[in-house]
Ligand binder design. Structure first.
Ligand code: AMP
Length: 224
């Protein structure tokens, strides 16, 4: 099953994608994580990506489509994947369809997590992520606190704050999302795969678990 998690930055799609990956045994592919790994390793791609990410802008389509195309050719992506943060533009969505067509596959479901902007800003400004790449658990120092401040409950690694999670870049990241989301939503709506989800209480500790339950209960998810 090919799942595209869709929603504004800070909507909780990353956390939901991680839970969903465990429940379905499908690989979780986050373009943001892929770029952050390249930045950490100071590769040419990382340096290029950082010049966009640090300003809250999108990395160019051709670069992003290339890395996703490559990742989708791996063996573990044969039975499906959970994409998180991709596609973010119509051109990326069209490119994804082409790549999947080449693999004899298609996007099955696009859960769209809808959260008010005020909550998004609060979430992003208080987000803390586990520094252990294998774990990557996401916390919120207000809504979903770790048991010990600064330490991951799951693996004991230190928690870190993303450099692009600041008041300055949030504005541009939300604007970029608003500019692109209409076209993307229309695109997936026409294909009949969009599943809008409005969490009852997006600040609840188990908000992401509830989102995942809704996705798994959707008939689009049971087609295969
Ligand atoms: P995320 O972790 O999904 O919030 O992504 C962090 C940043 O990486 C974004 O603000 C973009 O600058 C960049 N990025 C991630 N995914 C994409 C994408 N599909 N297209 C372009 N830029 C992306």
């Amino acid at each position: 099953m090919y799942i595209v998690m869709f929603g504004a930055p800070g909507s909780g799609k990353g956390t939901a994608a991680k839970i969903l990956a465990k429940r379905t045994n499908l690989p979780h592919i986050s373009t943001g994580d892929m770029f952050r790994e390249q930045i950490k390793n100071q590769t040419e791609l990382g340096k290029l990506a950082d010049s966009y990410i640090s300003k809250g802008n999108l990395v160019p389509d051709e670069v992003t489509i290339n890395i996703v195309g490559d990742r989708l050719s791996w063996n573990d992506a044969k039975n499906g994947i959970i994409l998180d943060g991709f596609p973010r533009t119509l051109a990326q969505a069209q490119a994804l369809d082409k790549i999947l067509e080449g693999l004899g596959q298609k996007v099955d479901i696009v859960p769209e997590i809808k959260i008010p902007n005020e909550v998004i800003v609060e979430r992003i400004l208080n987000r803390a992520t586990c520094s252990n790449k294998e774990c990557g658990a996401i916390y919120n120092t207000k809504f979903k606190k770790p048991k010990v401040a600064g330490i991951c409950d799951i693996c004991g690694s230190t928690l870190m704050t993303r450099t692009d999670d600041n008041a300055e870049t949030i504005k541009s990241r939300l604007k970029v999302y608003e500019d692109n989301s209409k076209d993307l939503k229309e695109y997936y709506e026409k294909k009949g795969v969009l599943l809008p989800i409005c969490p009852e209480d997006p600040t609840a500790e188990n908000a992401s678990e509830q989102v995942v339950e809704k996705i798994l209960r959707c008939p689009l998810c049971k087609k295969r």
